[in-house]
Design a protein around this ligand. Structure first.
Ligand code: NAI
Length: 350
């Protein structure tokens, strides 16, 4: 166990700096356990300097115990620069993207608690694209190694968190070869967990329909890159806002945490962005540091932070406009921080 963990913080674009600062405020009671290093990158940085990120950027991320980042904007279409998010995932080999999403009672249209485990480096995001005059293509890359490690990650996550069901989401009825390989690997791995975790399968369109209608029936979903990207935003929509769900991206030796939402340029600078997604990202980071370094104190703090968010939303009704409330970003962060402090001191007293 380390006394302090080196965390690189990338504030990012648009609402990024606001929600990241709010998340750091919310986790104030444990901030003395983290040594923060702020690194600029993204569209704003590109406009100022002509480069999307500073020299030595990836090495600084690699040297950290964890990275907490805000959204980084990517210019649409050819030109500009390639997504920094995709670059980080591929260079740090962050193959697993965990996206837990909850619908809160009295806050969200539906109450549920599901996790999307998204393969993060292959599929249609492998960057194999081309164009010849009026014909363009993108190759979907699916490998046995890539599929096996993400499916194993999903089952291990389910076992360690006492989850009951892991469902593979695919389109193997149409993409018989590529998605077929993913499904074949899923079935092999699932057999090793028989009796411990139930295994299910859903075609991606049916999965979207089920998620919109009865998300409470889903538990852990494991899927390929593009489906995971879309389904996790759908989960956030069913929960009531993109501002509710955080994400963790994990490799063998690095981990990056961020809200699932983008730069939210339409609301940037107004102090109304929902910080809960960024707070959940920070929570996943504390949980990761806790487990990776055997730091029970941080792992326990992460659990209490989850409870603090729930109490701030459902009991204090600390809700930003996206959830029908009128509270500002920092009001919500402050409400979470107070709940967190109270839970931590109850924990100490117990
Ligand atoms: P977006 O997520 O930024 O915004 C979609 C809608 O959700 C907007 O109406 C926005 O106001 C709202 N929203 C997002 N976060 C919110 C929050 N915390 N509280 C309240 N409302 C919130 O998606 P968009 O507009 O497609 O992307 C904007 C930029 O962000 C793009 O350049 C994109 O590349 C980038 N992006 C970056 C991501 C990352 O760094 N991981 C992820 C997604 C998008």
């Amino acid at each position: 166990m380390k006394r302090r963990y080196h965390v690189v913080v990338i504030p990012g674009d648009g609402i990024g700096p606001e929600v990241v600062e709010a998340a750091l405020h919310a986790i104030g009671p444990v901030l003395d356990r983290l040594e923060l290093e702020r690194v600029e990158a993204g569209l704003g940085y590109y406009e100022r300097t002509g480069r999307p990120y500073p020299e030595g950027f990836l090495d600084r991320l690699r040297s950290a115990d964890a990275v907490l980042k805000g959204p980084l904007a990517t210019p649409v279409g050819p030109g500009g620069y390639r997504s920094i998010n995709v670059l980080i995932r591929q260079e740090l080999d962050l193959y697993a993207n965990l996206r837990p999403c909850r619908g809160y009672p009295g806050v969200s249209p539906k109450v549920f608690d599901l996790v999307v485990v998204r393969e993060n480096t292959e599929g249609l995001y492998a960057g194999v694209e081309g164009r010849f005059r009026d014909e363009a293509y993108a190759l979907k890359i699916v490998t046995r190694r890539g599929s096996e490690r993400i499916v194993r990650f999903a089952f291990e996550y389910a076992v360690s968190r006492g989850r009951r069901l892991v469902t593979a989401v695919h389109k193997a009825n149409i993409l018989k070869v590529a998605d077929g390989l993913f499904l074949e690997v899923f079935r092999e791995v699932a057999r090793r967990y028989e009796g411990r975790v139930e295994a299910g399968e859903l075609i991606v369109d049916a999965a979207a329909y089920n998620m919109a209608r009865s998300p409470e029936k889903l538990d852990v979903i494991v899927t390929m890159n593009l489906y995971g990207d879309i389904l996790s935003d759908l989960a956030a929509g069913v929960a009531g806002s993109l501002g509710l769900c955080g994400s963790g991206q994990y490799g063998e030796s690095a981990a990056v945490f961020e809200p699932v939402h983008g730069a939210g340029f339409d609301i940037a600078g107004k102090g109304v962005a929902n910080p809960v997604a960024a707070i959940h990202a920070a929570r996943l980071m504390l949980e990761y540091l806790g487990h990776r370094y055997g730091d029970e104190q941080l792992a326990a703090a992460a659990q209490l932070l989850d409870k603090a968010v729930e109490e701030a939303l459902t009991v204090d009704r600390a809700l930003t406009p996206d959830l029908g409330g009128d509270r500002g970003t920092m009001d919500v962060a402050e409400a979470v921080r107070r709940r967190f402090e109270a839970l931590l001191s109850e924990g100490l007293a117990a």
